[in-house]
Design a binder for this molecule. Structure first.
Ligand code: KIV
Ligand code: ZN
Length: 516
């Protein structure tokens, strides 16, 4: 950490704005794993969800609030007493709870969505903040669609909510419309023209519709904003939110420019990115800054030569500074628990006791099949055990018969939670269709496959296959991930993992109340 003057707060909304976007849903256990990793990363506030939006969300905010000690935990609310009551209930166990109220201030949102006049919006914002203040000392108010709002109206609303007790006022570019220079200027204007601003913190929350969310957030920080709202890997509504890792590393690498820093432990960035990608099933693009597969790869000979002579020729930060380790130690079947534990610590996983024993058992099983076990393999073991839903269904065995001139036939045997075995045989249009149809038969549900991706954890010939699936049923979507040295088995495991997630948290518990 540097000795800079100004500390910018990082408000992470991976579990709310990130999770809210289609295809990024997580089950409660996965959200807890992500929340713990965000705490380790050192984020100031974790926005854990939107408690009034569904019973499932309320429950997960409650569980996260009870599990997190070193970061604040926020719950989002509309400016409604019922929403604030839900957030208050959900945040009861939080060490540092924050109630986050939002209400739109732009003409288009006020007229068409809220059907309220500016005076009514002002009055509602103030009364909601006053109500929340009765239960929580830390209240944030967001003027939704602030960038497309009349700046003086936003200043008026901010002044009024600060007077009512809001300690943070958030200026979102909800639709990602702003340009960096004008966003910076707007932030400066709002800071100068809001009465009472010196007693509150100005936050920004930028969406990425024009690919400018990080640039706009940084322009706002340069102009004096004291909090940035962002997500791991930039996941979020539509084109996503500002990416946490890019904001944090821009501030750190260019502290000469910003003279500002965060309290993020940057060595935890990469493990957090991998975890979020694994549990959401949303891959990180290879050329993504900071955490993409190619972010530190040097392909051109002249670059490689330069980096070998002095890494600073082509690297403005080291891979280690963001938690990407140099794999100097090769692990294999003769490696002991101590070597594994050291490797895990280097990868940012501090695992001890029974959890370490479990990872070690899985590591040994893999090392029996594979000659060398890479960092990626180890990560896959750890992340694979993180946040898995209770196993209502377990794969007992499978056989698939397929070829170029015969239809694929599968026989799948599953063990139910009662310990009973059930087996089904099914034809299909290929191995995967045959296997998944047999599983649908066994569980008695016509689950639809929405997304299916197969990859390999590493590039070697004996690499483990990694499958990601998204399934839908009854209006809900669930993710599943499976890893195996047999690629078909990884697909079957991923499908069963998604089904177990669905059984643990059926669709009705996930309906969203967002947008009103
Ligand atoms: O984008 C947005 O305006 C939001 C608010 C709820 C803060 O997500
Ligand atoms: Zn948002």
């Amino acid at each position: 950490m540097s000795d800079t003057k100004r500390m910018v707060k990082i408000f992470d909304t991976t579990l709310r704005d990130g999770e809210q976007s289609p295809g990024c849903s997580m089950n409660v256990a996965e959200k807890i794993e992500v929340a713990k990793r965000l705490e380790l990363l050192g984020v100031d506030v974790i926005e854990a969800g939107f408690p009034a939006s569904s019973p499932g969300d309320l429950e997960s905010v409650r569980t996260i609030a009870g599990a997190i000690k070193r970061s604040g935990v926020a719950g989002l609310c509309r400016a409604l007493e019922t929403d604030i009551d839900a957030a208050r209930d959900a945040l009861q166990k939080a060490e540092a709870p924050r109630i986050h109220i939002f209400l739109a201030t732009s003409p288009i949102h006020m007229e068409y969505k809220l059907k309220m006049s500016p005076e009514q919006v002002l009055e509602r914002a103030v009364s909601a903040v006053k109500y929340a203040k009765k239960f929580c000392s830390d209240v944030e108010f967001s003027a939704e669609d602030a960038f497309r709002s009349d700046p003086d109206f936003v200043c008026k609303v901010f002044a009024a909510v600060i007077a009512a007790g809001a300690s943070t006022v958030n200026f979102p570019d909800t639709v990602g419309y702003a340009m960096p220079a004008e966003f910076g200027e707007r932030i400066r204007y709002v800071m100068e023209h809001t009465a009472g601003m010196e007693g509150a913190r100005l936050s920004v929350h930028c969406h990425n519709d024009l690919g400018l969310a990080v640039a706009n957030s940084l322009a706002a920080i340069a102009a004096g904003a004291g909090q940035a709202e962002c997500t791991i890997n930039g996941i979020g509504e539509r084109a996503g939110n500002a990416s946490l890792e890019e904001i944090v590393m821009a501030l750190r690498v260019r502290k000469d420019y910003f003279d500002a820093d965060t309290r993020i432990d940057s060595a935890q960035i990469y493990p957090a990115s991998r975890l979020v990608s694994q549990v959401t099933g949303v891959k990180v693009q290879p050329n993504k800054a900071i955490v993409g597969e190619n972010a530190f790869a040097h392909e051109a000979g002249i670059h490689q030569h330069g980096v070998m002579a002095n890494p600073a020729t082509y690297e403005i930060m080291t891979p280690e500074s963001v938690g990407i380790s140099k794999n100097e130690l090769v692990l294999g079947k003769h490696s002991g628990k101590h070597a594994l534990s050291e490797r895990l610590a280097n990868l940012g996983f501090n695992i001890e006791g029974k959890a370490l024993d479990d990872v070690f058992t899985k590591f040994k099983a893999l090392a029996d099949i594979k000659k060398t076990v890479s960092d990626r393999d180890i990560e896959a073991i750890v992340i694979g055990s993180a946040g898995a839903a209770p196993e209502k269904w377990k794969l007992d065995r499978w056989v698939i018969n397929a070829g170029s001139s015969v239809s694929a036939t599968s026989a799948i045997r599953l063990e139910g939670e009662d310990g009973g075995m059930r087996e089904a045989v099914h034809f299909g249009n290929g191995c995967i269709d045959a296997a998944f149809s047999a599983i649908n038969n066994l569980i008695g549900k016509e689950v639809a496959l929405e997304m299916f991706e197969l990859g390999a954890i590493t590039g070697d010939a004996d690499a483990q296959g990694e499958a990601m699936v998204k399934i839908s049923y009854d209006g809900g979507i669930w993710n599943g991930r499976g890893v195996s040295t047999n690629i078909i088995e990884s697909a079957i495991k991923a499908y069963i993992a998604a089904i177990n997630s669905m059984e643990a948290e059926p669709a009705g518990r996930r309906q969203s109340a967002m947008g009103s």
